[in-house]
Design a protein around this ligand. Structure first.
Ligand SMILES: Nc1ncnc2c1ncn2[C@@H]1O[C@H](COP(=O)(O)OP(=O)(O)OP(=O)(O)O)[C@@H](O)[C@H]1O
Length: 359
């Protein structure tokens, strides 16, 4: 019998790599064969790039999938997974391809593997257009924990653009099903924490200046919360190349974790790096939203699979989120409703399908 593939249009709205990752993750979990066409059609370099190909091939391994089109620049992939296998997996991207984005597509799949898995990843830990690994562990993870999903993350080395070489081990415990979440009450800010780092030949003073400018922007926040930012230089054993950045997070007494970040380019304007992350976080907090705009799109798949109604109070929806909703609704039949409360706040509700893993 010919295989019936569900077709996902990779040029829908955002038209980037995330459609591919989400479609593949759903495909593995639901055992739905999927054909993704027009991959990354809205990007200047369409088709699979390194990070996408390594993510795809990892999922091929995890599910013994039959696959067509898994090569660089491919704009169409057919993917037919078998059962998810828990185990030890290793991916060396040999570039600065984002470790976080490889993890983004593998985490939900391995969470439903029925037993603990270990994933060793080599690539970029703090690179542009992707969550820094610190954002994954400090900001995204506490949000995912509300669904019952978690992971342990051991960072051995950091990898920056262009050489990469960052290395981590991720341990992923199994879950059978996901709790629905309700993140709609901002409450009061409890604590603001953050990390301002430099590495390689960059002087430690730059990190201090990032910290000062971030603190200045955060000082507009009212309340009795603690603000504790660290400024440091990575040791040469951990980071061999030049790199710099800031990751900030705020927690509230109602279990919200909201983050912001910035990443240094070749020429580092330390003051602006700190100020940008500080300004972004201060603005999110002044709008009293519970889920920031980068966590927003990364929760869609989990909301769709959770049992029953999930609700998040968040920023106006990003194109990444609308795209993730398109994939989720098409692939698993979950239903999302968006209610605009005002210019800065949207209430996003989802009736999840209550997926339960086979094992
Ligand atoms: N600064 C950031 N902080 C946290 N998350 C981020 C940040 N920048 C991007 N992301 C997340 O990374 C993902 C990027 O998806 P996207 O499809 O744009 O990227 P991609 O796979 O690198 O492909 P492409 O090259 O096609 O853009 C999204 O989930 C987005 O929320």
């Amino acid at each position: 019998m010919p295989i019936e593939f569900m077709e996902i249009d990779g040029k829908y709205l955002e038209g980037g790599g995330q459609i591919l990752r989400n479609a593949l993750s759903f495909s593995c979990i639901l055992r739905t064969p999927v054909r993704i066409v027009n991959i990354r059609a809205n990007r200047p370099n369409p088709g699979l790039s390194n990070q996408h190909l390594f993510g795809l091939n990892l999922l091929v391994q995890i599910t013994d999938a039959q696959v067509n089109g898994n090569y660089i620049k491919s704009t169409e992939v057919e993917f037919n997974p078998n059962k998810i296998k828990a185990g030890k997996y290793f991916v060396n991207t040999q570039t600065a391809a984002s470790i976080s984005l490889v993890l983004q597509c593998a985490l939900p799949v391995l969470s439903f593997a029925g037993a603990q898995s270990e994933l060793e990843l080599i690539g970029g830990t703090n690179v542009g257009m992707a969550p820094q690994v610190d954002f994954m562990t400090e900001v995204l993870r506490p949000n995912l924990e509300q669904f019952g999903v978690s992971f342990d993350f051991d960072l051995m080395t950091r990898g920056y653009y262009p050489r990469g070489g960052g290395r981590c081990k991720v341990h992923i415990p199994p879950v059978r099903c996901l709790n629905p979440i309700s993140l709609t009450d901002f409450g009061n800010i409890q604590e603001v924490t953050g990390w301002c780092f430099v590495a390689g030949r960059l002087p430690a003073d730059l990190a201090k200046s990032m910290k000062i400018s971030a603190e200045q922007e955060l000082s507009v926040l009212r309340g009795s919360h603690q603000c504790q930012l660290e400024a440091y230089k990575e040791s040469p054993e951990v980071a061999r190349d030049n790199g710099s950045g800031v990751v900030l997070k705020a927690t509230t007494n109602t279990n919200c974790t909201i983050g912001s970040s910035s990443l240094g380019e070749k020429k580092v304007d330390a003051q602006e790096l700190g100020a940008k992350a500080g300004r972004d976080l201060a603005q999110l907090l002044s709008h009293q939203i519970c889920v920031d705009s980068y966590v927003q799109d990364q929760l869609i798949l989990y909301m769709a699979l959770a049992k029953g109604q999930s609700k998040i109070l968040t920023t106006p929806l990003t194109n990444h989120t609308r795209t993730a909703i398109y994939v989720a609704e098409k692939m698993c039949g979950a239903r999302f409703t968006e209610q605009k409360l005002n210019e800065n706040q949207v209430l996003l509700t989802c009736i999840g399908i209550g997926y339960v893993s086979e094992k």
